[in-house]
Design a protein around this ligand. Sequence first.
Ligand SMILES: [Zn+2]
Length: 235
Amino acid sequence: MSAALTVLVIAPHPDDEVLGCGGSIVRHVEAGRVVHVLYLTSGERGSPHHTPEQLLPIRESEAVNAAQELGIGVSDLHFSRFPDGCIQPADLGQVGVVVRLLREVRPALVYLPHAGDTSFDHRTGFELGWRALGMAGSRNFPEWGTDPHWVPTVLGYEVWAAIGQPVYFEDVTTVLDRKMVALACYASQAAGTKGPGQASHVGPAGAHLTGWRGGSTTGGHREAFTVLRLGQVIL
Ligand SMILES: [Zn+2]
């Protein structure tokens, strides 16, 4: 197991990286690994109380604060600013942004939303990321970087829909407090800020999924993943 390995988390919106794999991120940082996050959108349509122009800088600022709580360097955050609700796997402009970053950062491990998430942006985020992962390893598309990079290990994380048959569980019991502090940075998404009938996953609800995963396996809190590629074991 090498501490020098680099990890990249692909998040459709700011907060998905914490909800899906915030505890795992802390564990990677504690092991000395560098963790990058690519935000496909900045979630600027995620509140009825702000215009997209108002919300975009708020959510990016929340992402910076959350990253600092997780131990991620601010310079390792990447904001693509694709339009919220319009992640397009068929758009080569968007795909190229992801391919270029994969070839620059050269991660050994990538986290994506799992393929069965019910959120539209998460599903298209998976499709976009998975397509880019294939293209980044090819010698084609030299306009997005001439040094191909095949990511050996790719895991799918869960946010809005549970994985049917998780293959890998990360024990995050000892770092759950760090995950919850990072999640609380997303105040614009907190319970009570959106009014009745709105999802409110920031707050105690943010620990329910890991608690259930722990309760149904070996206790404590666990983040669950699908394994999309397993070419190099670094977990
Ligand atoms: Zn999301």
